[in-house]
Design a protein around this ligand. Structure first.
Ligand SMILES: Nc1ncnc2c1ncn2[C@@H]1O[C@H](COP(=O)(O)OP(=O)(O)OP(=O)(O)O)[C@@H](O)[C@H]1O
Ligand SMILES: [Mg+2]
Length: 523
């Protein structure tokens, strides 16, 4: 079959030569006759050649833009050809996990199969001579891929196969790409030569759901939710909902909110857009920033309570400023000035979220984090905006076991029983547990680290007990004070009442005396 395809390929080249020959004859034949000859030549060759070819060129359009289809096909063929092809070429591909990507060499051919249909891909090059000057520099060599198949499979190829190649190619590119962490630039640097709203670095956080210390049930629930979202394109389309999902992560500092965002990005293979709201001057800027985020991304707003004037945090800053030293005052003043400049409002943020949710392409996750969930405006975190609320709290025994495995490679130990007991009534954040478990030198044994943790847990337990006792004592004192105050008030009230009654009684006696005097006079 391959030989046949080659044969027909050669026949195609002969046909091209014949066509060229006829073109030369353009000079000798009058136009009506030329059209007639060309039409019948094409019909004749297609009668003989049962194979159809489709060419995908590397560059397209007047500006010679690199064709997206060509790049996607290249990715698809790279994944499928490196094992099957004997002649390969290596290329450095930007933003790919593997710096060297192997693809089929020029004039090399590979066979592909789809729904029982056999197809041939061939890579080729064309030398192009530029006769005119262009402002868009273009290479003299134009690469292309040629797809050949039997004409009886035309429908399968044009309706399904090409789409399959493009989808697969995109999926492979997504799997292989390097994740990026974006941060928003202040609007003063949006214009001019650089013109970027977001700056990025390669995202290489090692966090994963395996290393995240969480209650196993909770972890499973979150993973299921993420998978459902990622595979939910059809579902979201069916229910008429934009393909977006909002998560609210809340809990005390050091409980793994930021770590979970990194784990989410690695799990979903999404880029992260870390949105610093205090650097955004107004709602319109916020909208522009969010519109520029790509799909397959997580937009993160950390410490949402401190980013907006929702909770009085700004007032706190002002207070700090008043209390601080001279240098600190200047810094706080500057900061305050910046915050004052930001006119992003809650309603603006809500509008942008809802607008962006429904207006631009899907597959976006938005994550808010906060230490104080109670302080947030219910409008901001209602379901539909923040679909899933995840509480990250103090470390439990199950979470400790994950951390011990991560940090010490220990699955079980005789000290675990004591640690389990301590975790039942002691609160310690995973960050503190991790810090205690981390060996302080290369020689330090796992047992020493576990003992350090036990000591820290016991201290924390004692401190918590002491604190609880102090609070109870304080509360009792306050209650006693209150009771005394109440008793004093009641005593004073009672006294006042008694005096009132006495006064009234005296006035009554006096009135009676006056009355009897008058009666006497009348008589
Ligand atoms: N659940 C966890 N699993 C694994 N490591 C954790 C977890 N929680 C905290 N850590 C460790 O503690 C460090 C601090 O955690 P992280 O920054 O995620 O906390 P956070 O909740 O975002 O805190 P903050 O509210 O102050 O931003 C991390 O570098 C990580 O190593
Ligand atoms: Mg954090």
């Amino acid at each position: 079959m391959e030989t046949m395809a080659k044969m027909w390929g050669q026949l195609g080249s002969i046909t091209a030569t014949v066509m060229f020959f006829y073109a030369m004859f353009d000079k000798f034949f009058p136009p009506p006759l030329r059209v007639y000859i060309r039409t019948y030549t094409k019909k004749l060759t297609s009668l003989i050649n049962p194979y159809i070819s489709i060419k995908f060129s590397e560059f397209q359009g007047e500006r010679m833009k690199r064709s997206e289809a060509y790049t996607t096909i290249q990715t698809y063929l790279s994944a499928n050809s490196s094992e099957r092809s004997s002649r390969l070429k290596a290329e450095v591909v930007k933003d790919s996990q593997t710096p060297l990507v192997l693809s089929m060499d020029d004039n090399e051919q590979i066979t592909d199969e789809f729904q029982g249909v056999k197809l041939w891909w061939c890579a080729g090059q064309l030398d192009v001579k530029h006769q005119s000057f262009s402002v868009y520099p273009a290479s003299d060599v134009k690469c292309f891929y040629k797809l050949t198949f039997h004409r009886r499979h035309r429908d399968v190829v044009t309706r399904s196969y090409i789409q399959h190649v493009l989808d697969e190619g995109k999926a492979i590119a997504t799997r292989n790409r390097q994740l990026k962490l974006y941060t928003n630039n202040p609007s003063s640097s949006w214009y001019g030569w650089k013109r970027t709203k977001w700056s990025h670095v390669v995202f290489e956080h090692p966090a994963s759901f395996d290393t995240l210390a969480l209650d196993p049930k909770m972890k499973e629930d979150i993973l299921k939710d993420l998978v459902k979202f990622q595979k939910g394109k059809e579902y979201y389309a069916k229910v008429g909902k934009a393909w977006k999902r909002g998560y609210l992560l809340y809990g005390p500092p050091g409980t793994g909110k930021s770590t979970m965002i990194a784990a989410m990005a690695n799990f979903l293979n999404y880029d992260i857009y870390d949105l610093e709201l205090t650097a955004v001057k107004e709602n319109a800027e916020l909208r522009k920033l969010l519109i520029e985020t790509s799909s397959k991304s997580i937009v993160v707003i950390e410490d949402i309570d401190c980013s907006l004037d929702l909770t009085g945090q700004r007032k706190k800053k002002k207070k700090d400023k008043e209390e601080g030293s001279k240098g600190a005052v200047k810094k706080a003043l500057d900061e305050d000035e910046e915050v004052k400049e930001s006119k992003v409002t809650l309603s603006g943020l809500l509008n942008v979220i809802d607008g962006i949710w429904s207006a631009c392409g899907g597959e976006r996750v938005i994550v808010f984090t906060t230490n104080y969930v109670d302080k947030l405006d219910p409008a901001l975190i209602r379901r539909g905006r923040m679909d899933k609320h995840i509480e990250l709290s103090y470390c439990c025994y199950e979470a400790f076991k994950v951390l011990a495995w991560n940090y010490l490679d220990v699955e079980s130990h005789h000290l675990y029983t004591r640690i389990e007991e301590l975790f039942q009534d002691t609160q310690m954040t995973p960050a503190d547990v991790a810090e205690n478990l981390m060996p302080k030198s290369v020689e330090e044994e796992a047992e020493t680290c576990l003992e350090r943790l036990i000591e820290a847990l016991e201290t924390a337990k004692l401190e918590a007990k002491k604190k609880a006792e102090e609070e109870a004592k304080k509360k009792a004192e306050e209650e006693e004070e209150e009771a005394k105050k109440k008793a004093g008030e009641e005593e004073a009230k009672k006294k006042a009442n008694e005096e009132e009654t006495k006064k009234k009684a005296e006035e009554g006696v006096k009135e009676n005396g006056e009355l009897s005097e008058k009666e006497k006079e009348n008589k």
